[in-house]
Design a binder for this molecule. Sequence first.
Ligand SMILES: Nc1ncnc2c1ncn2[C@@H]1O[C@H](COP(=O)(O)OP(=O)(O)OP(=O)(O)O)[C@@H](O)[C@H]1O
Length: 243
Amino acid sequence: MRLENVAFRYRRRDPWVLRDVSLSLPPGRVTEVTGQNGAGKSTLLRLVAGLRSPREGLIRGRPTRVGYAPERFPVDQPFTVNSYLTHMAAIRGIPTGGVRTWAERLGFEHLLDVRLPELSKGSAQKVGLAQALFGEPELLILDEPFAGLDAATREALPTLIAGFAADGTTIVVSDHQRCIEALPDVDRLRVANAAVTRLDAEEDQTPRPVEWTVLEVVVREDEADTVETKLRADGYDVRRPER
Ligand SMILES: Nc1ncnc2c1ncn2[C@@H]1O[C@H](COP(=O)(O)OP(=O)(O)OP(=O)(O)O)[C@@H](O)[C@H]1O
């Protein structure tokens, strides 16, 4: 899909949140949207999802099946998790059996009979994610999906997202926590001063923390000295067992 010279502000006299935004979001690609608080990331995602319409410009080629997980899932609804998700599936014409599958994948199957207002923040986030993910969306928009998630789900989500991308889904994610960077091939956009710019990997100067791990390598005894010398020359820390 494409955005062509899109401009948006919430009210007529408000300042523009986005101006003259042109970009394409190809199928099978994951696009990460970055920017400071209040820059307009959620607004851009709402425009892409079709929840808001541009004041100026055009959005072309939006796929029919759209999955959207908002930054904050609206829990003030008098339903249980199961009845909410079953209802959401039914109005989208999706087999309701998928509800339990997604509840299990995201680890909240024990909460299916809990009412939405009683959910913790992270569990509510998972329900919001589930309703976006089921139904094989062709366009998947996730607004800060990692916020409030437990470690297991945070680690599992990039793989789930990559699976959708491999199936050709267009994916747009805003991600303050930079969890999506675990994926090898992500397009990056920055929202600032009402403009959206594409970041090339080299342009992105944000320092990333280096994480170290221990790797045990087994080599032939008569090659051990050579390998050790090579690894040290490459800047690695080498420890050999006592003989
Ligand atoms: N419903 C609304 N009505 C009026 N103004 C709004 C509305 N939602 C957002 N805004 C304004 O639009 C601008 C962009 O907000 P937006 O939520 O898109 O930013 P964001 O980059 O997602 O921020 P954050 O990182 O804090 O989530 C802000 O100035 C905000 O106050």
